[in-house]
Design a protein around this ligand. Structure first.
Ligand code: PLP
Length: 356
């Protein structure tokens, strides 16, 4: 037996590592990244901005300048607190670390897998409540589970990943209002592509916080997420954050790049209209069942999904295969790309089903 296998916690040995496939040379439509690179006219200014960076020094500990930039970009009022994370994944972990060992985290399923994975690492219980057949919150069952498990945290992705829909506002308010002892975390990773947000609702509910990230709006490489909540909540949670968790290059880059509000908003608008283009063209392929989306990706059901996934890969298009996941039989997920990428995807799918 190897050293590590006798040394390691059994429950960690049992976790399968988060898989990231090799995408070199592929049209990458698997990870909800933005397809838009930095505009050429920004690059030289950006590089000039980086010249003054002092990499011999630790980063600004609270990243206050960056907080201000994010407030401006996302319209976050001054009376809310902001906690920055090295990606919102880090903030999910930070929230889990705030729990006691016997506590339970509750989410819905299918949803973002990290809620479950991080609960396992941090030795807290995880309970997933199944969504209904339309992937909407089953409010009766959810409220009954909240009552039964008395969760410390309730994670709800809004819009949901991997299904793409935004749940009923009424159901969510009902949950926040009922679970008064639970911290309700609405994960708005896809806020830029959604019709509604719970940002202003933080004013009304002391047990509500939001997660957002710049990963899905063009800056996945920066690794920058944020938690937004009441100031007293953020002040306490900030104690768990490791000092200097947002590195200098991320702070400086985000400070410069996130000023480009018009460019960021224009790209989001383009993605929303490309989502309609993609969805219309997928619907026209009779074999597919296309789910509605308020995010920058589309979930769809396809006959022989595994074969379609492989056929796409063989033709240079990488999407996400969910067909083996619970409740997602024959389901695949495609990220909205540029018009050219979306066309390429549609053509390969048509080709697989022998259509023109
Ligand atoms: C992508 C995603 C995240 C992770 O965001 P990072 O900031 O890149 O860590 C969090 N939540 C949901 C629902 C996501 O889809």
């Amino acid at each position: 037996m190897s050293f590590i296998s006798s040394w390691l916690r059994d429950d960690i040995k049992d976790i399968s590592a988060y898989q990231v496939p090799d995408a070199q040379g592929m049209t990458k439509l698997d990870a909800m990244e933005s397809p838009f690179p930095l505009p050429d006219n920004l690059i030289s200014q950006y590089l000039a901005y980086l010249t003054n960076v002092e990499l011999n020094r630790y980063p600004a500990p609270k990243a206050l300048e960056l907080q201000k930039t994010l407030r401006d970009l996302m319209g976050i009022p001054d009376h809310f607190g902001i906690l920055l994370g090295n990606g919102s994944d880090e903030l999910i972990q930070l929230l889990a670390l705030a729990c006691n060992t016997g506590d339970t985290v509750l989410s819905v399923e299918p949803s973002f897998v990290m809620y479950d994975i991080i609960s396992k690492f941090t030795r807290i219980n995880y309970k997933g409540v199944e969504l209904d057949e339309k992937y909407e919150i089953d409010i009766e069952t959810t409220l009954a589970s909240i009552n039964k498990y008395n969760p410390k945290i309730i994670f709800i992705a809004y819009p949901n990943n991997p299904t793409g829909n935004a749940f009923s506002r009424e159901h969510i308010v009902n949950i926040i209002d009922t679970a008064k002892d639970s911290l309700v975390v609405l994960d708005e990773a896809y806020y830029a592509y959604a019709e509604d947000s719970f940002l202003q609702d933080i004013n009304n509910f002391p047990n509500l916080v939001l997660l957002r990230t710049v990963s899905k709006i063009g800056f996945a490489g920066l690794r920058l997420g944020l938690l937004i909540g009441n100031k007293d909540t953020v002040e306490q949670l900030d104690k768990i954050r490791l000092p200097y968790n947002i590195n200098t290059l991320t702070q400086v880059s985000a400070n410069f790049l996130l000023q480009e509000k018009d460019e960021i908003n224009k790209n989001a608008t383009t993605i929303i209209s490309e989502r309609a283009y993609l969805s219309d063209n997928m619907n026209a392929i009779g074999e597919l069942f296309v789910y509605p989306s308020q995010a920058n990706f589309i979930l769809f059901k396809a006959p022989k999904a595994e074969g379609l996934f492989e056929h796409l890969k063989d033709n240079g298009v990488l999407i996400k295969n969910l067909s083996k996941s619970n409740r997602l039989t024959n389901c695949l997920r495609v990220t909205v790309g540029t018009r050219e990428q979306n066309k390429q995807f549609i053509d390969v799918v048509k080709n697989y089903y022998g259509r023109q």
